[in-house]
Design a protein around this ligand. Structure first.
Ligand code: ASP
Length: 333
């Protein structure tokens, strides 16, 4: 029986290569990729990590952990922590840009293979928001903790209180206050919110998303990143998706949930990301003034990514390599 299965698989692979070779000459590259993907044996695509933006350290950290046999949820937490601790990344964790009152407030969420979810919103003074989100998921009867309550919970779990406003972020805020013009910048520094999706060696999917949110937001503002279905959604039977960019637009279209549902209906991760971006653009005459980027992965380990504007990119860890790949985008005018 085993041998028969093996022969069947081997002959299918053989046909695939032959088919692939004959059509390579005159088939558009998108189609070729689809065919190659469809012929890939499931297991060969694991483990895999995909993150928003050019974040090699975080993505590698998660990828190496997966190679060593870690679960996808552990890899996601540890990978996101790398960006949260990086003072040079002014969009996530320590050193993040503050709200317009000068407070750095963090949003983060995490989701596991069983559909469990934990999140913190508008949390101050704690660097590793992703880890607090995981504790909310694992150690409380709730799914979201906000503001002071989230901070108090974090401290009760042993997290250290830290002033997250660095001199660099403080100076940028003071400069901003001179005009106080709230206009989120497209692709600020090319590494905003980190959203990360991973499949471990067992084929189980988890995801996480962590951010200091849009710079100079109103006090109390919460973006898409910590909200289930908007900034992140995982269904271990189907796949996962996560977002970066103008959170209000992602929230209004429940973008990550939409992408997972589109994959459930048979769309590839790429097609699903494109449709989710089209939803935003088609409702919004103002789309030229903001960026949204989505990434997605399906159960087979196929990935997709798409944004409104140029210069969104993704980091992918696969086969012990971490690559930064530019994303295709909608606004080509
Ligand atoms: N999506 C995040 C938010 O709206 C911001 C970002 O990705 O830069 O808070």
């Amino acid at each position: 029986m085993k041998r028969r299965k093996f022969l069947k698989r081997a002959s299918l692979t053989g046909i695939g290569v032959a088919v692939g070779t004959t059509i390579l000459a005159n088939t558009p590259s998108k189609k070729i990729n689809e065919i190659k993907n469809s012929l890939t044996k499931t297991k060969e695509n694991f483990p895999i990590v995909i993150s928003t933006w050019d974040v090699p350290n975080a993505t590698k950290k998660a990828g190496l952990l997966l190679e060593e046999g870690s679960s996808s949820i552990d890899a996601i937490e540890k990978g996101c922590m790398v960006e949260e601790a990086d003072l040079n990344n002014q969009s996530v964790g320590n050193g993040g840009r503050p709200d317009r009152d000068g407070h750095v407030t963090l949003d983060a969420c995490i989701m596991d293979k069983s559909g469990n979810y934990g999140s913190v919103v508008y949390m101050k003074n704690i660097i590793h928001a992703i880890s607090v989100a995981r504790k909310v998921m694992e150690d409380t009867p709730h799914v979201i903790l906000a503001g002071k309550g989230a901070e108090k919970f974090a401290i009760s779990k042993g997290f250290k209180k830290t002033n997250l406003l660095t001199e660099a972020s403080k100076k940028a805020w003071e400069d901003w206050k001179k005009e106080s013009n709230y206009k989120p910048i497209i692709n600020i520094e090319n590494h905003d919110t980190i959203g990360m999706l991973a499949i471990d060696k067992n084929g189980d999917i988890s995801g996480g998303c962590t951010t200091s949110g849009l710079a100079y937001k109103m006090a109390g503002r919460v973006g898409d990143s910590p909200i289930i279905g908007s900034g992140l959604f995982i269904d271990n039977k189907i796949g996962g998706a996560t977002a970066t960019g103008m959170g209000e637009e992602v929230l209004k279209t429940v973008g990550s949930f939409l992408i997972v549902e589109l994959m459930r209906q048979g769309k590839t991760p790429q097609e699903a990301c494109e449709e989710a971006i089209h939803r935003i653009v088609s409702k919004n005459d103002n789309y030229k003034n903001f960026q949204v980027g989505y990434i997605a992965i399906n159960k087979k380990g196929e990935t997709g990514y798409y944004s409104i504007h140029e210069y969104f990119s993704v980091s992918i860890y696969k086969d012990s390599n971490c690559t930064n790949v530019p994303s295709d985008f909608y606004n080509k005018n």
